[in-house]
Design a protein around this ligand. Structure first.
Ligand SMILES: [Zn+2]
Ligand SMILES: [Zn+2]
Ligand SMILES: [Zn+2]
Length: 312
């Protein structure tokens, strides 16, 4: 997805259908009276977790305390740092086949996550997610790859990790996206529409979906169809998350990786609890998506400008 410069279009309240996902969203009209309850962001509310953390390297090094059997490790320095990302068979599998539930520890550092990992480490983590997805594919299953961060996002362990599941069915969202990603008429190969670009980075763009399911949702899209570039994906996720947190404050989030056709990652903040809207399959936006894009784009620009002046 190559980007045009963001325009200054202003959308109004409406009902939208997303050309990629088929999602239906209500863009709620501006209220002339402020509503007291509806905080922009709630705290992460990370669960206390066990002490010591079962995903920290010291626990993972000891077979009696490790949280699952190791399937692959990546990164590390060959010395004191044994790994920077590791996958293991989930000790608490959520699939019928226990070998089809993998946890991928995204970093050896308990208190960092994809938002603040060095790009080299984030790349190793994203590459490992892709590698384990491929491993499930080789087993004849459909990989489902996601990251939950924070209690509101469904995470039960504070140590940053992703999950790779092998399922007998393809995830329904990916199935719905198939026609939109067909070669020759792929919506992610088309230029980002005016006013929807958060950032164009090296090899990857960050955009606002046509029909965001929640406020400040973003999609990270590789520039080229049918390519897999873990470094560009990691770069895009990092900028998207930092822009998000700089606008909303610390907020839980889900990342959903779609690796077929045109690689993209859905970045969905989890600031609000679910309601009847979601049960009905309808998203709701209380912040005008164009305005949300402008805020995120400003934050992303501030970062890229700062990086440039650091390098100078
Ligand atoms: Zn930990
Ligand atoms: Zn494409
Ligand atoms: Zn998708």
């Amino acid at each position: 997805m190559k980007a045009h410069e963001p325009g200054v279009g202003r959308s109004s309240a409406d009902v939208r259908t997303d050309p990629l996902t088929g999602a239906t969203s209500l863009v709620v009209p501006r209220w002339d009276v402020a509503k007291a309850a509806n905080p922009a962001a709630v705290p992460l509310e990370m669960p206390p977790g066990s002490t010591p953390c079962p995903f920290c390297p010291e626990q993972m090094a000891d077979p009696s305390t490790r949280a699952g059997e190791e399937t692959a490790r990546a990164g590390g320095d060959g010395g004191t740092r044994a790994w920077s990302a590791m996958s293991l068979r989930n000790r608490w599998p959520n699939t019928t086949d226990p070998d089809a539930a993998e946890v991928v520890l995204l970093t050896d550092a308990h208190d960092r996550h994809l938002l603040d990992l060095p790009l080299d480490d984030a790349e190793v983590a994203v590459a490992l997610l892709g590698e384990r997805a491929e491993a499930q594919r080789w087993r004849g299953l459909h990989p489902l790859v996601f990251v939950n961060h924070g209690l509101n996002a469904g995470s039960s362990q504070p140590h940053p990790h992703g999950q790779v599941l092998g399922l007998q069915v393809r995830d329904p969202l990916a199935v719905r996206e198939v026609p939109a990603l067909a070669p020759g008429r792929c919506v992610l190969c088309a230029p980002v529409r005016d006013g929807a670009l958060v950032a164009q980075l090296d090899g990857v763009a960050i955009a606002m979906p046509v029909a965001p399911t929640v406020d400040y949702e973003q999609v990270v899209v590789l520039d080229e169809h049918e390519t897999w570039d873990p470094r560009a994906v990691a770069r895009g996720i990092g900028v998207a998350l930092r822009a998000l947190w700089s606008v909303t404050g610390p907020v839980a989030y889900n990342l959903l990786f779609h690796l077929d056709g045109h690689v993209h990652v859905h970045v969905a903040p989890r600031a609000a609890r679910h309601s009847g809207y979601e049960l009905a399959g309808i998203g709701t936006c209380y912040v005008d998506p164009d305005e949300a894009t402008e805020r995120l784009a400003r934050a992303a620009r501030a970062e890229t400008d700062a990086t440039r002046s650091d390098a100078a």
